[in-house]
Design a protein around this ligand. Structure first.
Ligand SMILES: [Zn+2]
Length: 351
């Protein structure tokens, strides 16, 4: 169990190709996380939510992340993990979900979450519990345009519930940020592990892990290594052999971002942080020397490739060529023709 990779699938289900033009900078000049402006919910709007299935807390349908795994991290908010596993407090999976969101998200936001009866098909957010399809969510208001489930929980602990619901609020992954020094992925290892542990193909892995967002598309936040929106990754996923610890709790930057996006005047980020961790908020902003979050570019998108995106670029090219053999031949033909013409011109000039 300890070797299980808990990686969420950020589902860009509607218009993946166009997403890159829709991320804009936040007005906040403080620390912030990346988001899609057009996918953010309107202030003070009501989001209706329904569970499409449900199980007793003791059913064993989904596995729990071991508490000792969560307890390894210094700031882990593990009390909430214990509470959600208590059948007296949360007798069902749906009650766990509601409990965690009521404690960690609702107090921060001005959106009203309206929980409808189970299997209400026209709810804005439709949640399933299915161990076979991993954990994933649509991004922000994309759920309004999707048929079927919009969020799935594939294993249980408080962080996966918070992480997926933050996607629903419009937050995007934190490990694909193009700002700062990029992560040098061991692409082969990442692809193999994502395939074996999640069943992800190359495109899904590229858009959820390997691809970076274009700088002009995101809100330009500093990288937050403590973000709950960042993946855990193993040592052999990166070239320096220094993987990333899992983040099981909201970071101060996460809290700030959620609050700044949907400010609830009943609290402040500082007050909320103190309440849940019994600690003062960190005074420094997140480090700026590693990659972060945003909108996966399509594997076929050509980007202004630099050294910082070299691994990504190679992955795209390989996938692109695999999918477009005819186009590849045409491109090669054009390149060879160009070289031939240049040689011909040079020879003639020398005469
Ligand atoms: Zn995710």
């Amino acid at each position: 169990m300890s070797n299980t990779i808990y990686s969420c699938f950020q589902l860009n289900s509607v218009d993946n190709d166009k997403l890159t033009s829709k991320v804009e900078k936040s007005n906040s000049n403080v620390i912030r996380a990346a988001f899609y402006k057009e996918k953010i919910w309107k202030q003070f709007s009501t989001i209706t939510i329904s569970f499409m299935n449900d199980f007793k807390a003791t059913s064993g349908v989904l596995s729990f992340v071991p508490l000792e795994q969560i307890d390894k991290v210094k700031i882990n908010d593990i009390k909430l993990d214990r509470e959600m596993r208590d059948p007296k407090i949360c007798p069902t999976y749906s009650s766990m979900f509601k409990y965690v969101i009521s404690k960690r998200i609702e107090p921060l936001i001005n959106l009203k979450l309206k929980w409808l009866p189970n299997r209400t098909q026209n709810a804005n957010v439709r949640i399933t519990f299915d161990s076979k399809s991993g954990s994933w969510s649509t991004l922000g208001t994309d759920c309004l345009r999707k048929i079927g489930a919009t969020l799935n929980i594939g294993w249980l602990d408080k962080s996966v519930i918070i992480h997926e619901f933050c996607h629903t609020l419009g937050m995007i992954h934190e490990h694909q940020n193009p700002y700062g020094k990029p992560i040098q992925w061991n692409v082969k290892n990442v692809l193999e592990d994502a395939k074996s542990s999640q069943g992800w193909d190359k495109c899904v892995t590229a858009s959820n892990i390997l691809c970076q967002y274009s700088k002009n598309l995101i809100n330009g936040s500093d990288y937050d290594p403590l973000s709950i929106m960042k993946y855990y990754f193993k040592d052999d996923w990166v070239k320096n052999q220094k993987g990333s610890l899992p983040n099981w709790s909201l970071s101060y930057t996460d809290i700030k971002w959620i609050y700044d996006t949907y400010p609830n005047n009943n609290t402040t980020p500082e007050k909320f942080y103190k309440e849940i961790y019994n600690l003062n908020p960190p005074t420094s902003t997140p480090i700026t020397t590693t990659p972060t979050s945003p909108t996966p570019t399509s594997p076929t998108t050509t980007s202004t490739s630099t050294n910082s995106t070299f691994d990504n670029f190679k992955t795209f090219i390989k996938e692109y060529y695999r999918l477009n053999p005819v186009l590849t031949i045409v491109i090669l033909f054009i390149i060879l023709s160009y070289i031939f013409v240049q040689i011909y011109i040079l020879i003639n000039k020398s005469k």
